[in-house]
Design a protein. Sequence first.
Length: 195
Amino acid sequence: MPAPDEAEPAPFAFGSAIYDVDVSDPTGELVDRAGMSQADISDISELMRALGGLRDAEQKLSEASLRYMKLNQTDMRALHFLIACENSGVTATPGAISAHLGISTASTTKLLDRLERGGHIRRSPHPSDRRALAIAITPTTRRSAIETVGRQHARRFIAAARLSTEERNIVRRFLDDMTTEIALGDEPWATSAEE
C-alpha cells in the first residue's frame, strides 16, 4: 500500500502509441525495419496512428448510425446500394443485391424479408423483366440513411476537398497500395464466413 502522500500510479495507457510499430512489433517479426531510419519509422508510426484514429472514428459513427436505425452492417450496405441504384436510375433486383453483398440467394431473401418487415424497402414487379422483382428503399429510410451514413460520407469528401490535386493523388496512391497489400493476404482465417 502506498504511503498516504504517495499517489497510486496510474495504469499504463497506450493511447496513440498502440499504433507505433515498436510497440506492436518490437522484435521485427512482422515488419522488417532494416535500413530504415528512426525518423522514417516514427513518421510511418504516426501515419498508422492517423489511420487508426480514422478507423476508430468511422467505427463509432457506424455503430451510432446502426443503433439509430436499428440495423446491422449488411442491412446498411444493402440500403446504400439501393440509394446508389436509385440515384443512378438503375432498378435494383434481389440478384444485384446478392452480387453486391456477396451473399447467397437464401441470405438475400432473409435480408429483404427483414428490411421489408421493418418498413425499409418495398418490393414491386420489375418494370421490364416479368421474372424479377424491383427493390426500392422507402422515402423515410432513405432520409434516415442520408442523415446518418450519408453525412459521414460527406465529411470525407469535405476533408478530401481541402487537399491539393497533388496531395489527393499521393493519398489515393497510398490507399490503393495499402488496399492491395491487405487484399494480397492469403491467410486461411480471412476467408468469408458465409459461402
